[in-house]
Design a protein around this ligand. Sequence first.
Ligand SMILES: [Zn+2]
Length: 137
Amino acid sequence: MGREGRQLRRQSSQQADANEMIVTGSVWDYVETNDYLAVTCTCGAGPSASLWSDVTIDKIHEGDGERAGRRLTSKWCAIHGAEYCAAVLAGDKVRPEARELVESVKKAQRADNLRAVQLKRREQRRNQRYGLSRLGR
Ligand SMILES: [Zn+2]
């Protein structure tokens, strides 16, 4: 994580309560690619999309796609927490029982106009960076 990333992390952490975590738009883009991170474990009525909720990160400029953040409002149980953590570290992304739910979460994020615009800004920035790094070769 570079200087910009650390700055974003600091800005977003100030808005969260002590036991909460807020991630910026780009971090969420990564989270939603991983079923283990995107929704709750199978315990109780799970998996559930209630793990994360939308949050606007006040300290990030409106023109910055990072402003559309997500707040971690719940957690995985102790058993699945450890299991999922190991799966993520092993590069595993797919939970068959959660696949449909994660897709519906992604769809909902894109159905929200403001969030869709923010996502587009992030994608454009990533594409620009990719283009510049390609030119530099
Ligand atoms: Zn569990």
